[in-house]
Design a protein around this ligand. Structure first.
Ligand code: NIG
Ligand code: FE
Length: 402
């Protein structure tokens, strides 16, 4: 079995609490890391590094777990650059443009969708994203939702059925019938290709009763729950997510104290060893691209809520695949420290996907890691917009340099 040593690491972010200098990142200085069979086999001081078949010299740079982007919508056709321009000229974002993308997606061939998914997946990987969740939600017919998930599953195991993104035009005057379709034939066709189910629970999309019914149907066939919640205004989505044991509630831009308390009350169940924390996943690319107020990450963190950062990459509200950009936004605009933001973009995303094999660098974890063109994780926020990802290892395999 061939081994690979990443040596001469100036700052190694392990995300193991108590694993290094203290703080959430578990930082080790002058470290090395051994990779075998796609996994981390050993982590320790560079002076004790074992022999290996191959060696990468990190030249004193920082090494981090690969980013875990736990919220992306990559299966679509067309773009909405004109809608973005109109917003920058003062138009509000309402989510109404989703139907434009639905029309383009339905008209696209499988191969056209596949090319877009692979292009965006590649773009994300070059920026350090080694785990990505991909949702359906721009098909909204049985066949189009099923093929969206099939194509997503070609590039990631983290696939999410979002048939309840909006009520499509042809069902506009009979939303109950659409919910019946989602819970019936659409779920049956989607579930074999999906790990998760999601609903856009918002005024103008799905109300709490419809959202609860759809999520419960998904749970009944074994899908995990996530919710698009409290994005455009206050609403019941966050508390519904907590009630149903969602792995994550996403957006969380408009939160009441009761929403905060509900999130803070969720936690790991140590007696059964099961993770029942509901993570608040913040998507600052959406606030950036819709020119909206950012969620208050500080308030969530100070209340003890587990926070993740993700891109929400989609053609309408957030057309970025860049986790470094989201880290920089979170620090500058959402009052997160650089350490909190880096943790949220790696370990936080892993929690939001209920994964313990990614977002962390310890023996037995996936060998998914980033070597920065910088001496410290601080530079991700300190040097915004700069391509700092020097090298990415995915499953222990060095990817082409960007
Ligand atoms: O997460 N809010 C709902 N869905 C997407 C936006 C989709 C779109 O505008 O096309 C989001 O922001
Ligand atoms: Fe989204």
């Amino acid at each position: 079995m061939s081994s690979l040593l990443v040596d001469n690491i100036g700052e190694l972010v392990t995300n193991l609490a108590g694993g290094g200098e203290g703080g959430p990142l578990g930082i080790r200085r002058r470290a090395a890391l051994l990779v075998e069979a796609g996994e981390v086999a050993w982590v320790g001081p560079a002076r004790d590094a074992p022999a290996a078949d191959r060696r990468i010299d990190a030249e004193g740079a920082a090494v981090l777990p690969g980013f875990v982007d736990s919220h992306a919508h990559l299966v679509f056709a067309g773009d909405r650059a004109a809608e973005f321009a109109a917003r920058m000229a003062g138009q509000p974002y309402t989510g109404g443009g989703i139907r434009t993308t639905v029309g383009a997606t339905r008209a696209a061939t499988d191969d056209e969708l596949r090319v877009t998914v692979r292009r965006l997946r590649g773009e994300a990987l070059r920026q350090g994203t080694t785990t990505i969740e991909i949702k359906s939600g721009y098909g909204l017919t049985v066949a189009d939702e099923a093929r969206s998930l099939r194509i997503a599953a070609e590039v990631t195991p983290e696939t999410t059925f979002l048939g309840a993104h909006v009520v499509p035009t042809e069902y506009a005057d009979r939303p109950d019938d659409y919910v019946g379709l989602v819970c019936g034939p659409m779920l049956a066709a989607a579930a074999p290709h999906a790990r998760w189910i999601d609903v856009f629970c918002e005024r103008g999309a799905f109300d709490i009763d419809h959202a609860r019914a759809i999520l419960a149907c998904g749970q009944a066939v074994g899908l995990g729950v996530r919710v698009h919640a409290n994005q455009l205004g206050p609403g019941p989505g966050v508390q519904l997510g907590v009630e149903l044991g969602a792995a994550s509630v996403d957006h969380c831009t408009h939160l009441s104290d009761a929403d905060l308390d509900a999130l803070a009350s969720t936690r790991m169940d140590w007696t059964s060893g099961t993770e029942t924390t509901t993570v608040a996943t913040l998507l600052p690319g959406a606030e950036f691209s819709t020119r909206s107020p950012y969620p208050d990450a500080r308030r969530l963190l100070d209340a003890g809520v587990t926070v993740a950062l993700a891109t929400d990459c989609n053609p309408g509200s957030s057309y970025t695949s860049s986790m470094p950009f989201c880290v920089a936004l979170a620090v500058r605009e959402m009052r997160m420290t650089p350490a909190e933001a880096v943790w949220a973009a790696t370990a936080g995303g892993a929690r939001a996907l209920r994964r313990d094999d990614v977002g962390v660098l310890r023996p037995g974890a996936r060998a998914d890691l980033i070597i920065l063109d910088a001496p410290s994780h601080l530079h991700l926020a300190y040097r915004p917009g700069v391509p700092l990802i020097r090298q990415v290892l995915h499953n222990g395999v060095p990817q082409c340099r960007p």
